[in-house]
Design a protein around this ligand. Structure first.
Ligand code: 5GP
Length: 144
């Protein structure tokens, strides 16, 4: 998928927004949604998306919608920091398959980093146990 991809309304995140597939939600407002990554690269790895902007990547979104999205990223990242107390925290966003993007609905990764613990591989392996994800999500929600 190049940087000039047409938005596919049936991508996985669009289905999560419509409630067609389950997700462990952390935070939602009228414009944005945050939920746990089902293939977490570290404990607390989560994703933040815009709910109505049909943007595949950073270049497709207008600045007002992007402002709402990045504000939600800051809010949720603060809760991840306070709820899970990682040693560091990465905010990552991929554009195009060659850069590592695998889902073509613009999203920001919030990835806690714990000293001495290697990050898992990107978007692969066994999906996390939903109960374990829910446990971690509860700590993040409590810090929102
Ligand atoms: P990208 O590679 O596009 O930057 O990131 C997509 C992310 O979505 C990956 O980290 C991957 O683990 C995650 N992901 C893929 N499918 C699902 C899913 O069905 N549910 C959730 N919650 N995350 C997903």
């Amino acid at each position: 998928m190049s940087l000039e991809t047409t938005y596919d309304a049936d991508n996985i995140f669009a289905k999560i927004i419509r409630g067609e597939i389950p997700s462990v939600k952390l935070y939602e407002n009228d414009k944005t949604l945050a939920f746990m990554d089902v293939f977490p690269q570290s404990e607390g790895h989560c994703l933040v998306i815009h709910k109505s902007a049909t943007a595949t990547n950073l270049f497709d979104i207008n600045t007002d919608d992007l402002a709402a999205l990045i504000a939600a990223v800051q809010k949720v990242a603060s809760a991840v920091r306070d709820g899970l107390k990682p040693d560091g925290l990465r905010i990552i966003q991929f554009n195009g398959a060659p850069a590592g993007q695998t889902v073509y609905h613009l999203h920001f990764h919030i990835m806690p980093v714990y000293e001495g613990e290697a990050l898992g591989r990107h978007g692969s392996g066994e999906p996390a146990d939903p109960a374990a994800l829910e446990n971690i999500a509860a700590k993040i929600r409590a810090a929102l």
